[in-house]
Design a protein around this ligand. Structure first.
Ligand code: TYC
Length: 103
């Protein structure tokens, strides 16, 4: 009936500042088979790390099970994790890199 008709007007959300893209972590996962020095080689090649940085990340994953390698936009994080995991796969190692959103 005309008396009970309710008209809902959708609000347009005004974006003032441009939202910065949500960042995603690349995570190195420990395993029992991949040689330590190979993990370090992959970290240096795929994530532009120094020998010292790569050693620290590798040993942290080795001791704790996982270590955050770096943060990127979703697309870049997923591409880097895939490339690094495939580098291990090509040598027959179960080396694994995963991604997860930050916060
Ligand atoms: N745990 C492996 C070894 O003892 C080395 C290793 C470290 C593998 C970190 C994976 O993410 C990793 N050979």
């Amino acid at each position: 009936s005309p008396m009970s008709d309710i008209i809902i007007t959708p609000k347009t959300r005004i974006q003032v500042k441009s939202d910065r893209p949500r960042l995603h972590k690349v995570i190195l996962v420990n395993d029992d088979y991949t040689p330590r020095e190979f993990v370090v080689t992959v970290l240096k090649a795929e994530f532009c790390m120094s020998e010292d940085q790569a050693q620290r990340v590798m040993i942290t994953a080795h001791r704790r099970g996982v270590c955050v390698v770096a943060v990127y936009t979703k697309d870049v994080a997923e591409a880097k994790a895939t490339a690094a995991t495939e580098a291990g796969r090509r040598k027959g190692y179960p080396l694994l890199f995963t991604t997860e959103p930050e916060e």
